[in-house]
Design a binder for this molecule. Structure first.
Ligand code: ADP
Ligand code: MG
Length: 312
């Protein structure tokens, strides 16, 4: 459904996108994951015809976006990083306006009602966009992408700036859209792609560093077992006990302290569950364990793991 071949975009000597290639099949939900400045928006803007590439090829449904932009754009609904909302219009006026500029042929009243239902904005249809909350505005942005019922949907950081409840709602909406559409979404949040996408493309400094099923990325993340443990007792002695536990690779103080307890960061060997020995060793020495929390990897650490794995 989507083909990107050797795409390059440079600004002077800076390569925002540096020879990227990937494909997305019909019906997939693909997450484009990378830190700020990785080249996510640039790639999406090229794919949707908002920006021209320096070289390379981008096709949607077999149609080249440069050669035949009008036809290619009909296949795509796009939510850019900054949605192009006209804030002095009501939601309804705006969606009608989008319907016109897209040259939509579907039954207007019925289609726009459907779009409003799916994005749950029917109750604000007569409100001015400028008076809507950020969460509602984002849904109006998604609604404009859905006008014309395009088979491919591309969302650039759709949950940025939303509160946790709105984030859950938007993720659910995207998951549902994924049942009947091909979806690409970008994000810098690992858990977002893990919860929504079938496949994850990781991009860093304009290059793809991983393109794998979500499960295999999740495996990499979970291979690493790290904990924060809170133990009562003198730092040095407790640290020695922690280091002596079989399976513990490293133990260090985090600097966090509460009354007579300190928090330590532990890393364990792959495939070894240190939680029970941890409990027994500490209790044998009379150092009460009062907190045990597993610590996830951040995006940078995931990158390092994946790059390590790729170079082996
Ligand atoms: P992301 O969306 O992953 O945060 P972008 O695609 O927006 O990343 O940007 C990729 C890189 O290209 C960044 O280093 C950014 O500073 C640079 N860049 C983006 N747009 C421009 C521009 N118009 N002029 C110069 N540099 C740009
Ligand atoms: Mg961006």
């Amino acid at each position: 459904m989507i083909q990107i071949n050797n795409l390059v975009k440079n600004y002077g000597t800076k390569f925002a996108v540096d020879d990227i290639s990937f494909r997305v099949s019909k019906g997939e939900i693909v997450g484009f994951l990378g830190p700020n400045g990785a080249g996510k928006s640039t790639t999406m803007n090229i794919l949707t015809g908002y920006l021209s590439s320096t070289s390379g090829e981008a096709k949607v449904g077999g149609i080249d976006i440069l050669e035949n932009p009008d036809e290619a754009k009909k296949l795509i609904g796009f939510l850019p990083e900054q949605p192009p909302l006209y804030v002095d219009m009501t939601v309804n006026e705006y969606l009608n306006f989008v319907y016109e500029i897209k040259g939509c042929k579907l039954n207007r009243a019925k289609h726009l009602e459907e779009v409003r239902q799916v994005t749950k904005i029917d109750d604000v249809k007569n409100r001015l966009i400028k008076n809507l909350s950020k969460g509602y505005r984002q849904r109006v942005g998604i609604a404009q992408a859905l006008v014309g019922n395009p088979p491919v949907i591309i969302f650039d950081e759709p949950t940025v700036g939303l509160d946790p409840k709105q984030i859950i709602e938007i993720r659910n909406l995207i998951r549902n859209l994924g049942k009947s559409h091909t979806v690409i979404l970008s994000t810098h949040i690992l858990s977002e792609v893990q919860s929504v996408c079938d496949r994850i493309i990781i991009i860093n400094e304009g290059k793809i560093i991983a393109d794998e099923k979500t499960e295999s990325i999740t495996q990499v993340v979970e291979e690493n077992r790290r904990y924060h443990v809170k133990v009562c007792g003198p730092q040095r002695e407790v640290l020695n006990v922690l280091k002596s536990i079989p399976g513990v690779i490293s133990a260090e103080l985090t600097g966090e302290r509460e009354l007579d307890s300190y928090t330590y960061a532990l890393e364990s060997e792959k495939g070894v569950d240190i939680r029970k020995p941890l409990f027994y060793c500490l209790s044998e020495k009379n150092y009460p364990l009062i907190g045990l929390e597993s610590v996830g990897m951040n995006l940078e650490e995931v990158f390092i793991r994946i790059m390590d794995k790729a170079s082996k």
